[in-house]
Write a protein that binds this ligand. Structure first.
Ligand code: GAF
Length: 386
């Protein structure tokens, strides 16, 4: 199946589901986070880029307050809800993402009536590539335009984040929605999560004969439960004990003092965030003066920090990283929230087959499910495509 979104096919699927022609089709990409993991909710720095896999929604406004939703996921079932009686219980499964956005926009006082919506996505779900944020951002972009709501991109980021936090129930930061909405082709998004200031950073892998491979381990993760919120709680505890507003305010030179104030585990969580923030800044500096071929060690150090200090990796992610490095990757790390999902490897383009084969063989030898391995390039952010 092609991973690029065919707007005509999405519009045709809409027509088959609901009849009539949609008012438009909007797409928003998934993302790979190059570096800066779990730093977003600590008001720190991140450097993601959008990938060439996206969620697309075809939408037609209705004259009543009924929303009908259908997707190309699984069975062809239409979910129908009345927006005036929308409750958390009526927003279940994949519909929580589009309806969550609608719920937030209505809470903000934006007049938003009924609609028919068809969703098709090429972002694999549960792979740590922001399939949920892609849906939220496509829907938020669509209604911002359809209802002339006039929200800025940074405001749309917060709409998506609120949908995730308040409706889906995942206590996530702004990394994923920022990548999906602010990305530009061929660039990473260097984002200060405290101020929401962002800068497009050139990521010209082709010119350097490099590429980034994603290894989707197929180990599924969910951030609404378990480890993600526990890590967030550790960070908040660390900030409280250290007397700072957020861990962004602790520098690498402040770590020895922090060690004396925190229990051993909280200290390691804090050390990951503090050193990861510095690695993002170092990556920006190295990209600027030496280019992407020189950032490999920073990526690999980031993985070690997530594996040993933040403890959000898993055997499959570690194997993907170690095997890619053993087969010529310049750097490799898990990407996204962790506990499964995907790793990325920065490799010389000429090594693609070697790295791919090596990882496949290592997974087979370990008895792990075969991973999905594919190259990604820095794609544009959310936009209307028809
Ligand atoms: C997930 C979250 F949604 C992001 O906000 C971010 O915290 C990320 O994990 C870890 O960097 O993707």
């Amino acid at each position: 199946m092609s991973q690029s979104i065919d707007a005509t096919a999405v519009a045709a699927a809409f027509t088959e589901a609901f009849g009539g022609t949609p008012d438009g089709v909007w797409a928003a990409p998934g993302r790979v986070n190059l570096i800066g993991e779990h730093t977003d909710y600590n008001e720190g720095f991140v450097l993601p880029f959008a990938i060439d896999r996206a969620a697309a929604v075809a939408i037609k406004l209705r004259t009543d307050n009924v929303a009908r939703l259908r997707s190309s996921y699984g069975e062809a079932l239409t979910v129908s809800v009345n927006l005036d009686t929308l409750s958390h219980e009526s927003m279940q499964g994949w519909t929580a993402y589009p309806l969550g956005v609608v719920w937030v926009m209505r809470q903000m006082g934006i007049t938003l009536g009924g609609f028919d919506l068809f969703l098709h996505s090429t972002v694999p779900s549960g792979a740590g590539l922001s399939s949920s944020a892609a849906i939220e951002c496509a829907v938020a972009t669509a209604f911002n335009e359809l209802e002339s709501a006039g929200l800025s991109l940074n405001e749309l980021v917060l709409v998506g984040q609120r949908a995730e936090n308040e409706v889906v129930g995942a206590p996530t930061g702004i990394l994923d929605q920022s990548a999906s909405l602010l990305a530009t082709e061929g660039h990473g998004v260097f984002l200060d999560c405290r101020t929401q200031e962002s800068k497009a950073v050139p990521l010209d892998l082709d010119a350097a004969n490099l590429l980034i491979l994603v290894v989707d381990t197929k180990v599924s993760h969910a951030h609404a439960t378990g480890g993600y919120s526990a890590r967030r709680a550790s960070c908040e505890l660390g900030a409280e004990v250290l007397g700072v507003a957020a861990l962004r305010d602790v520098s690498v030179s402040g770590l020895p003092e922090a060690a004396g104030l925190l229990d051993e585990e909280t200290y390691r969580r804090v050390r990951h965030i503090v050193t990861e923030n510095q690695r993002v800044l170092d990556t920006i500096a190295v990209l600027g003066h030496a280019g992407p071929g020189a950032i490999g060690d920073l990526l690999t150090a980031s993985h070690a920090s997530m594996r040993d200090d933040f403890e959000i990796s898993c055997p499959e992610l570690d194997l993907a990283v170690d095997t890619a490095l053993a087969h010529g990757a310049l750097g490799a790390r898990m990407t996204g929230g962790g506990f499964g999902g995907s790793a990325i490897a920065l490799i010389p383009a000429a090594s693609e087959a070697t790295v791919r084969e090596g990882v496949l063989q290592a997974f087979a030898a370990a008895g792990f499910t075969a991973p999905d391995i594919f190259a990604v390039s820095a794609a544009p952010g959310a936009r209307r495509i028809a």
